[in-house]
Design a protein around this ligand. Structure first.
Ligand code: GTP
Length: 216
């Protein structure tokens, strides 16, 4: 089994507008804990465990890709402003991050963009798989961020993108599978590069193109 290092950081819910109450609360409150919970619910009885600590929750998840298994160590960090600085500590050493926003809150989408800037300060670009996740697709009639807006922003920053509903369990497992596939693919291509670099030079092979000396 290939272990994905120190794991996946889940960040950061930014808003709450509950469908039942339509109440607006802190723009830092979001949907990622439910996304994790939905994912855990789906694989109840399978591998993985969950531990709650003050500003974040920790759990593990194994994704089976067929050729390889990835074990995620997932930190679900609190989105609220008061935990902002402590949550930054969890970015370090991460292999992947999920930036979760609420599609019914524009400010949630903006907050996700701010969190991305923080993430970029802590992590080397290209080294970490980041997925932008627009959650609460079940509240389509309250949508404030279009699918295209999310997708365009994600593409402009080289992020993976998906929309989910934790409530309806829509595309929740797909988020984790897509991140696992991307991590696995990147690992394979790094391994391929290493092998090509370390391959011994075979002197008996003729180069396909024979350059002429500049003097002739
Ligand atoms: N309709 C709907 N509501 C959701 C969905 N996901 C989460 N919620 C609701 O959104 C609110 C916030 O969800 P949480 O998952 O606790 O948010 P969070 O991002 O973890 O919040 P912090 O940890 O405080 O940052 C809760 O009232 C959830 O019931 C969803 O897919 N659809």
């Amino acid at each position: 089994m290939w272990e994905a290092g120190t794991g996946l950081r889940l960040g950061w819910g930014q808003s709450q507008k509950d469908g039942r109450t339509a109440s607006r609360t802190s723009p830092d409150k979001g949907t990622k804990t439910c996304l994790c919970a939905a994912e855990r619910e789906q694989r109840r009885g399978r591998q993985g465990h969950h531990v709650q600590v003050c500003s974040c929750a920790f759990f593990t998840k194994v994704v089976d890709l067929g050729a390889a298994c990835l074990k995620f160590e997932i930190w679900d960090t609190a989105g609220q402003e008061k935990y902002h600085s402590v949550c930054r500590l969890y970015f370090r050493g991460a292999n992947a991050a999920l930036l979760v926003y609420d599609i019914t809150r524009k400010d949630s989408f903006c907050k996700a963009q701010q969190w991305l800037k923080d993430l970029e300060e802590e992590l080397h670009p290209g080294e970490v798989v980041v997925m932008l996740v627009g959650n609460k697709t079940d509240l389509e009639e309250e949508r404030e961020v279009t699918f295209e807006e999310g997708k365009e922003f994600a593409e402009s920053k080289g992020l993976l993108f998906m929309e989910t509903s934790a409530k309806c369990n829509y595309q929740v497992a797909d988020v984790f599978n897509a991140v696992a596939r991307e991590l696995s693919w990147r690992e394979e291509s790094k391994e391929g590069q290493r092998q090509r670099r370390d391959a011994p030079l075979t002197l008996s092979e003729r180069p396909s193109w024979r350059g002429r000396c500049c003097a002739h």
